[in-house]
Design a protein around this ligand. Sequence first.
Ligand SMILES: C[S@@+](CC[C@H](N)C(=O)[O-])C[C@H]1O[C@@H](n2cnc3c(N)ncnc32)[C@H](O)[C@@H]1O
Length: 275
Amino acid sequence: MDVAGLAPIEQTALLTEYARALDSAHAHPMLADPLASATVAQIDCDFTSLGATASVVALVALRATMLDERIRAFIAAHSDAVVVDLGSGFNSALYRVDPPATVDWYSVDLPAVIALRDALLPEHASARSVAASVLESTWLELIPATRPTLVFADGLFAFLDESAVMSVMRDVTGHFASGVLAFNDYGPVSKLNQLMGRLSTSRNANSPHTQWKFAGFKDAHTPELWNPALQLIEEASGMHRPEARLFPAGLRVAARLSHRVPAIARKARIVQYRF
Ligand SMILES: C[S@@+](CC[C@H](N)C(=O)[O-])C[C@H]1O[C@@H](n2cnc3c(N)ncnc32)[C@H](O)[C@@H]1O
């Protein structure tokens, strides 16, 4: 499958899928998603140009593991749940979680990505695709509003600016009657951090760092100030997980330090908000 026509923002979906494929081939995988390898095998692309370092692989696999756990818990409590994957890319969370057919699972991404996703991923009774930008509220019109809803974003918000993130959060809480918003987060990401990310990956022509827009936030309560309908229910760091023992050496040091340095713990966190 040819992905040369994807815009740079759409190409960011290649790195995360490739990272999960590398994890699945690892002697000690964290996520162990065989569908990621099968998907990558169908894509015609120089994946080595993406900058999938051992640390990126570990952190991408771990945050997917953590989000999967939260989605499974939500579905266990709500067998009629709607799950919405914002900026889904080629992520096979649907197949890993494998919900019952009573659950509707909406994958939302830009039209070119959804076209490829639909061609690459197998059928599933719960799968629904929404080919639309989350910056235009029309994506919501296609998704039922009254059932318990878990909206998650794995790797999307970094590529939206703050006003867009706030607008997506407003759209979510305005449309869905009740549920949870869960996403991965890096804490505050200064302009200097963004520049360092770009420079350190400049040899990787398709590094997603060139697309980074979100300055992030330090206090996980900040989205509650942006949107009073959101209530923080969890802030969990991947640095504190037992899987940190499988991190590459440098990242293992960071994980040990993160118990005393909250700024490091924030760099790999999952946050959840009830609405
Ligand atoms: C880093 S990728 C993550 C993809 C996927 N969640 C994963 O874990 O592999 C970011 C995704 O956000 C999508 N995206 C970026 N801006 C978007 C927008 N305005 N509306 C919908 N999707 C968007 C990109 O096309 C891409 O698939």
